[in-house]
Structures are given as C-alpha cells and as structure tokens.
Write a protein that binds this ligand. Structure first.
Ligand SMILES: *[C@@H]1O[C@H](CO)[C@@H](O)[C@H](O)[C@H]1NC(C)=O
Ligand SMILES: *[C@@H]1O[C@H](CO)[C@@H](O)[C@H](O)[C@H]1NC(C)=O
Ligand SMILES: *[C@@H]1O[C@H](CO)[C@@H](O)[C@H](O)[C@H]1NC(C)=O
Length: 178
C-alpha cells in the first residue's frame, strides 16, 4: 500500500471518530516574485454570507501564453508556530489536468478548487488567472479528511519554468458553523 493512500485511510478513520469536519478560510496572502511576468491585483477573502467566506485572487499575466505550470504544495499545521504536516508535493498542473491522478493528494485539493478558478482547462493559458469566491468545501475533507486544527497551505507557483508567485492560504478545519 502506498503512503498517501495509507494516510488517506488513516484520515478516513480519524474523521469517523471525530465527526465530519467543516472548514473555512481565515486568511490569504499572495506574493508575486516577478512583476515583469505577472502581478497580483487582488488577493483577499470576502464574506459572502453568514459563515461563508470566499477567497479571491486575480493574477494579471503580462507574458502570455502560460505554457507550463508547476506547483509546490505543502501543508503546515499550527501548533506553536506552523510545522510541516504530511504533505509536500510537486505537481505538473498541465499534466494532471489532462491525466487526473487520484493517488496524488493534490488531486483532491485541485478538484475542490477547479470550479472556482479559470485555470481549469488544458494548457496553455492565454488569459489572466482568476480565482473567484472559492468556498472551502467540506466534501474536500471527507475524501481526504484532515484532523481539526489551523492550517496553512503554501502554494508556490512556477510558470514557464520560473517561480512566479506564492499563495499562503490559512484555514480552520472542523470549526462550528455559525
Ligand atoms: C519545487 O519543488 C521542486 C522539487 O522538490 C524543486 O526542484 C523546486 O526548486 C521547488 N520550487 C520552489 C519554488 O521551491
Ligand atoms: C518539501 O520538499 C522539498 C524537497 O523535495 C524540500 O526542499 C522542502 O524544504 C520541503 N518542504 C517542506 C515544507 O517540508
Ligand atoms: C472553470 O472555471 C469557470 C470559471 O472560472 C467555471 O465557470 C467552469 O465551470 C470551470 N470548469 C470546470 C470544469 O470546473
């Protein structure tokens, strides 16, 4: 049995014991690293309703087309300070869009993100990258359950073979619904 699958199964059992988690964004930060390639125009959370929080990011691309995208995705859990937590993976986004691979944990997170981001079709991307009102989906954590806690997802984005931006997404998991 491979490690990600084992971890996923452990989480399923964890979720059965602790109940189905609910989740929400608590903060988001974005850094662009090369403004000649692209620029973050928007990076914020919006309250969309009671207890409903959407993440919004607008990345203006100045050098189109975007032909390749690699993402380094790591999960950090807050104890005293943030500590690396289980997941640290690099994915070729253009490849996984074409060939979805459920054995990589990123598949589940991207699946949740996909309806809200316009970078959701096969490469190249010939447009700005827009994430609109991304609401965290409880279902995302029933497939790959994460124990209750405060997390930070660090998403480093490389496009056309250079590091272009980093998104720090902070979230609570298993908070009470308002
Ligand atoms: C992403 O991870 C890969 C593989 O570990 C590494 O080669 C690359 O330098 C990383 N990129 C960034 C921006 O940290
Ligand atoms: C993730 O793995 C890369 C090498 O594959 C390493 O350089 C990096 O420090 C790791 N990040 C975390 C958060 O463990
Ligand atoms: C791709 O994103 C657009 C909005 O950016 C959305 O309308 C569409 O449903 C998404 N497609 C998929 C397959 O999720």
């Amino acid at each position: 049995m491979n490690i990600p699958l084992m971890v996923a199964l452990m989480w399923v059992f964890g979720a059965l014991v602790h109940g189905i988690p609910t989740t929400r964004h608590t903060n988001i930060k974005c850094e662009d690293r090369d403004k000649s390639f692209g620029e973050i125009k928007e990076c914020r959370l919006k309250v969309l309703g009671r207890g409903i929080i959407g993440a919004n990011v607008y990345y203006k691309v100045k050098k189109l087309p975007v032909k390749t995208v690699h993402v380094n995705f790591s999960v950090w859990k807050r104890l005293s300070g943030y500590h690396p937590y289980l997941f640290n993976t690099t994915v070729d986004l253009c490849h996984i869009i074409k060939h979805p691979n459920p054995s990589n944990v990123f598949f589940y997170f991207y699946g949740a993100l996909r309806p809200f981001i316009n970078a959701n079709h096969s490469c190249p991307f010939n447009h700005d990258i827009i994430l609109k009102n991304f609401i965290l989906d409880d279902k995302m954590f029933t497939i790959v359950p994460v124990p209750r806690g405060n997390y930070m997802f660090v998403i480093k984005i490389m496009a056309n073979d250079a590091w272009r931006a980093t998104v720090f997404s902070y979230l609570d998991i298993n908070v009470d619904k308002l």
